[in-house]
Design a protein around this ligand. Structure first.
Ligand SMILES: [Zn+2]
Length: 245
């Protein structure tokens, strides 16, 4: 009798599973959601728990609320988040500088000479990450490239301008710089002219990002690279001539 009842129960159990799989898929979904939510919670807990005392941390906490240990940087890939700046090409460079200085004053390895070696190495890692973020974000070309990378549109060597007219323009601009020789006034004029083009391109890139025109952005960022290389070339000559620092 007991065996029969067990078999019967098993049959009822199997039947209920079949039903829930065929007719009651909505019953299954909440369980999956619950499962995903549990995974999510354990993942975020893992990321936001103090490495030293295990107490949960806010996402932007630099130091543990309980034991005051310096926390690992949480967003290493997104350099805007490293410095708590808005993820945008338009950048308040003064605010960026302030944020950088403030964070560096809290995290600089010199501040951790009396702390544990674990905290010293976190401060070194964090400090170099902050330097890297600042260097990239303060330079419009690098900032644009990083922003493209965050959008999954990283530029590579194969991304070139396929426009003979533009390339001719760049060649003749390079020739103009070479022909200027050590004529300071001519070089200064070329520098100013080139700077105007750079400013204009940066404005266009700002608009391109705002309207999410990825192809236009990429094209203008590559163009900007050419003009920046001319900028650097003239700047180097002017420095050698003792005109600029
Ligand atoms: Zn702690």
């Amino acid at each position: 009798m007991r065996t029969i009842s067990l078999i019967k129960n098993k049959y009822i159990f199997l039947e209920s599973i079949m039903k829930s799989e065929t007719n009651h898929s909505s019953i299954i979904r909440p369980n999956n959601d619950l499962f995903n939510r549990k995974l999510f919670i354990s993942k975020t807990n893992f990321q936001n728990v103090c490495w030293k005392c295990g107490i949960e941390q806010g996402i932007s906490s630099l130091f543990c609320d309980k034991c005051n240990a310096l926390q690992h940087p949480k967003e290493k890939e997104n350099l805007f988040k490293v410095l708590s700046m808005e993820e945008d090409f338009k950048m308040d460079e003064g605010a960026l500088k302030n944020k950088f200085r403030k964070m560096q004053s809290l995290i600089h390895p010199d501040k951790f000479s009396n702390r544990s070696s674990a905290e010293q190495s976190i401060s070194e890692e964090y400090s170099s990450l902050i330097n890297k973020a600042y260097n990239i974000l303060q330079t419009p070309l690098k900032r644009a490239e990083h922003l493209l990378e965050l959008k999954g549109q990283k530029l590579d060597e194969n991304d070139k301008i396929d426009d003979p007219e533009f390339l001719m323009e760049m060649m003749s601009l390079n020739e103009e710089v070479e022909e200027a020789g050590d004529n300071k006034q001519l070089l200064k004029n070329l520098f100013e002219k080139n700077k105007c083009v750079i400013d204009q391109l940066e404005k266009e890139i700002e608009d391109n990002f705002r309207s999410n025109s990825i192809e236009k952005t990429k094209k203008n960022v590559i163009k900007l690279k050419y003009f920046i290389s001319i900028h650097n070339k003239i700047n180097k000559i002017l420095r050698e001539l003792g005109v600029t620092d």
